[in-house]
Design a protein around this ligand. Structure first.
Ligand code: HEM
Length: 518
């Protein structure tokens, strides 16, 4: 029998299986499932997904209801756009929904589901969260690592100043923000810089950049085998083969970072730090790998090399593009709203002045700037559907039954633009956060909710705040033409702009003295 026959037979088998499952679901009275569009055998509703997922799901929710049931192949999916349902998911059902669905990328690109982002709720995940809360994201640790961020910002400002010291110059911003975000994380983790013109030819840096960009590509690729298992068995798109190759390359590279640090520790000094600024304080020289290797000495079972590699990887994947696209969206919004840019400049002028660069400790005195960040995250959340959760048991949401193993998708993008929650929801109005006080932020959920919410939100706020604040303080900004900046969303793991941002930039007269000293 030739191959085509085999495929037809397997297809027929699954067709019968899926039809029986759908038939039985309809017959079982205990299942009171949310409304659902007509489903096709085997693929369920996958054929409805065209173009942007958050927009498609938002249209389906508008048609069928704020708690929507979809079938993505064999996976039962609930899509939530109702605030009361979201509240229920992350209060009474928070532990039940604290698992992640097991996708192929979690197996091959997340150390067999053991990274903090892919692990199921349980002892190992709690331990990782405890470690990151205490050793990376605590106020004390963030204050210590602030010098790294300040140094990277100075490098960015210095480069822009070179182009724009004598008058308006056209600058491409996407790649600069991306370099900033990656260098910050990899310096905090390993004390290295891998991005920037000066590092283009460095073999180690270019190897790292290739590995990371492929990790982004494959983690974001939709894999039909995650929903229709027999496609996984035949690896129809060759995705699994690529993941396995990448897994080996990534592991070798991350292991070399650990070994290098271990070697330096053994020769009694901490891991070397490449710095753009030689005056960087001694205290920032302890990298996260250093900290994890010390913990390995006392708790070897909790801090194996694999665990350490998983932490490095997830920080790089979860904490870089999310931050840089947010800065890019915010700058795009400011270029289209010069009146907001003017107000932000005035706030910086009053609270920081022109004699020094703004730093992270100024952020609490800049509420309007915070309003701009909040409003950017509301309109363009970098992770519009949060990360999918999965139920570990049967439960209910409102009147609906949720079977164990249901994938939960929260459409934060739709909630952020719901006219019942936000006045004039599609407009960019940073002042709404001042006027509405704390109440305004209740349904601002770009970092997710509950125990699986983003642990890096504090760090992200600092990086975005520092970058935006200093860019506004130091430069005049204009669009490259009369036309508004194109705000179309592109495709990617974190919601990017379809067109990379370019702008006209000129050093602010009052900041020239400070900028020339960078
Ligand atoms: C603007 C920037 C960022 C946004 C919008 C963002 C958003 C999110 C969202 C929506 C989730 C999933 C929450 C859920 O499942 O309900 C998440 C998880 C996560 N984020 Fe962020 N994030 C940002 C920056 C960062 C940074 C800077 C780091 C660290 C360096 C980070 C580390 C993580 C990790 C480790 C997780 C997985 C948590 C878990 O599964 O337990 N994120 N983030």
């Amino acid at each position: 029998m030739d191959q085509a026959w085999w495929y037809s037979l397997v297809l027929l088998f699954f067709f019968l299986l899926a039809s029986t499952k759908l038939f039985l679901l309809k017959q079982t009275p205990v299942n009171h499932l949310p409304p659902s569009p007509f489903a096709l055998p085997i693929i369920g509703h996958l054929h409805l997904i065209k173009g942007s997922l958050h927009r498609t799901l938002s249209s389906l929710s508008n048609k069928y209801g704020p708690v929507l049931h979809l079938q993505f192949g064999f996976r039962t999916v609930f899509v939530i756009t109702s605030p009361s349902a979201v509240e229920e998911c992350f209060t009474k059902n928070d532990i039940i929904f604290a698992n992640r669905p097991r996708l192929l990328s979690g197996k091959h690109l997340n150390y067999d589901y053991t990274t903090i982002g892919a692990a199921s709720y349980g002892h190992h995940w709690r331990n990782l969260r405890r470690f990151t809360a205490l050793q990376i994201f605590s106020m004390n640790c963030l204050n210590k690592s602030s010098l790294i961020r300040q140094d990277e910002i100075r490098l960015l400002l210095g480069k822009l100043f070179k182009d724009a010291q004598h008058g308006f110059a056209k600058v491409e911003l996407k790649s600069r923000f991306s370099e900033l975000a990656f260098n910050i994380i990899i310096r905090m983790v390993a004390g290295k810089r891998y991005y920037g013109d000066d590092l283009e030819d460095l073999e180690e840096a270019s190897q790292f950049r290739d590995i990371i960009s492929e990790n982004f590509e494959l983690s974001g690729a939709s894999n039909p085998g995650d929903f229709v298992p027999f496609l996984q068995w035949i690896d129809y798109y060759g995705l699994e083969r690529r993941m396995l190759t990448l897994k080996a390359k990534t592991d070798t590279f991350l292991q070399s970072l650990i070994d290098e640090c271990r070697c330096s520790r053994e020769s009694n000094s901490s891991c070397s730090l490449q710095s753009g600024n030689s005056t960087l304080q001694e205290e920032t020289k302890t990298t996260m790998i250093d900290v994890m290797l010390s913990l390995q000495e006392t708790e070897p079972e909790n801090y194996t090399d694999t665990t350490i590699k998983g932490i490095i990887l997830i920080l790089l994947i979860a904490g870089t593009d999310t931050t840089s696209v947010t800065i890019e969206w915010a700058m795009s919004l400011l270029l289209n709203h010069q009146e907001v840019l003017k107000k932000a400049k005035a706030e910086l002028h009053t609270n920081v002045g022109h004699d020094r660069l703004m730093d992270e400790s100024d952020l609490p005195r800049l509420p309007y700037l915070q309003g701009i960040i909040n409003e950017t995250l509301r309109l363009f959340p970098a992770v519009p559907l949060l990360s999918p959760h999965e139920s570990s048991d049967d439960c209910t949401i409102g009147e609906f039954d949720v079977p164990k193993g249901t994938v939960l998708i929260i459409n934060a993008w739709a909630i952020h633009r719901d006219p019942k929650l936000w006045e004039d929801p599609n407009s960019f109005k940073p002042e709404r956060f001042g006027e509405m006080g704390g109440e305004a932020k209740k349904w601002l959920i770009p970092f997710g909710l509950g125990r699986r919410g983003c642990p890096g939100s504090g760090l992200a706020n600092r990086v975005v705040g520092l970058a935006l604040g200093t860019l506004i303080q130091c430069f005049e900004w204009e669009r490259v033409s009369e036309e508004e900046v194109d705000m179309t969303e592109g495709a990617g793991l974190s919601m990017p702009k379809a067109k990379p941002l370019e702008a006209m930039c000129k050093a602010h007269q009052a900041m020239i003295y400070t900028l020339s000293g960078l």
